[in-house]
Design a protein around this ligand. Structure first.
Ligand code: FES
Length: 317
């Protein structure tokens, strides 16, 4: 079995040693006060990460000790290359690092594989073209898509979004739309999964039925059995989209369509005595129709509701 260290770094190698750069850089760059701008992170973990092979032979001996057959070596100081503001200097730095890396890996090219630096301000297209890679859409798309997904995932996971919006649910196809919404509007879009199930929030599938209006305006909206306590049910009554609520056994009815934009409140969440819109998290009091949380400012129309036999009826006139 071949063991590969797929995430080796030039941290601590001679190339991260400024002296190595100063020896190799073009003359005009050698006396700079610093080689790379820093991102301020302590990559040596307060001295805990100290392996500093001074030569490729030492590097290979360390790999032998750890039974690593092949090591991929990425830059470390070089990760800051995008912070270098002078294009010529960035090109010189990348060239210096790549030459050093070539020399280092030449000690055993089968076991030491270097990842080259390409300065972003250089003519990357020409450089890539010269290397003969990424010439067709599929190659470019494959790489860019993976990086984009990683950025999106880290943004969702590490930015605190899920902690801030605890009722936000995420499906794999939903990340893009979620991220493209401003945080204050990061509601649920697309298919929901049960990432953070919360028993306070329930929803029902919409119910549709033909309406027969009595002389005094009462219309059957649903079978009573369709609406359980603490739930919201979307129905169509006399051609109107109505949301029915059971709050502690008391029934209420409002328009089902949010007053802010087009979203069905019956697709949202009933949180104790408020219904939360699934699109932008606006809220309403189902008892009064009053808008209780932004971005909703316009109240919902409410309807008288009653139970007659096994029917829930709503008065439409
Ligand atoms: S559609 Fe925006 S809060 Fe309901």
């Amino acid at each position: 079995m071949t063991i590969i260290d797929a995430d080796g770094h030039a941290a601590g190698h001679a190339a991260d040693n400024e002296a190595a750069y100063r020896e190799r850089l073009p003359e005009q760059y050698r006396r700079r006060s610093f080689i790379y701008a820093s991102d301020g992170f302590d990559r040596h973990q307060n001295g805990k990460i100290q392996k500093t092979p001074k030569t490729p032979r030492q590097n290979l001996a360390d790999n032998d000790r750890e039974r690593i057959d092949v090591q991929i070596i990425y830059p470390t100081g070089g990760l800051m290359l995008s912070r270098v503001r002078e294009p010529d200097y960035a090109i010189a730095l990348a060239g210096t690092y790549n030459d050093w890396l070539h020399d280092w890996c030449s000690a055993d090219p089968k076991r030491l594989k270097g990842v080259a630096l390409v300065p972003l301000r250089a003519d990357v297209r020409a450089a890539i073209h010269r290397l003969g890679h990424f010439e067709n859409f599929l190659q470019i798309h494959t790489c860019s898509h993976a990086a984009e997904q990683l950025l999106a995932c880290t943004a969702v996971i590490y930015s605190g979004l899920l902690e801030t919006y605890r009722r936000t649910t995420v499906s794999s196809g939903g990340l893009r739309s979620l991220l493209s919404s401003p945080p204050a509007q990061a509601g649920v879009q697309g298919k929901r999964s049960e990432l953070l199930p919360d028993s306070r929030f329930r929803r029902n599938d919409a119910h549709e039925g033909r309406s027969i209006m009595s002389d005094d305006g009462w219309v059957k909206a649903a079978d009573r059995s369709k609406l359980a306590e603490g739930e919201v049910l979307g129905v169509i009554v006399a051609g109107k989209e109505i949301a029915l609520y059971d709050l502690g056994g008391e029934l209420y009815a409002t328009d089902d369509i949010c007053t802010h934009a087009y979203a069905k409140l019956s697709d949202g969440w009933l949180d104790r005595d408020e219904i939360e819109c699934p699109l932008h998290a606006g809220r309403f009091d189902p008892k009064t129709g009053k808008a209780t949380a932004p971005p909703c400012t316009e109240d919902l129309k409410t309807y008288p509701v009653r139970v007659a036999g096994d029917e829930i009826q709503v008065k439409m006139e």
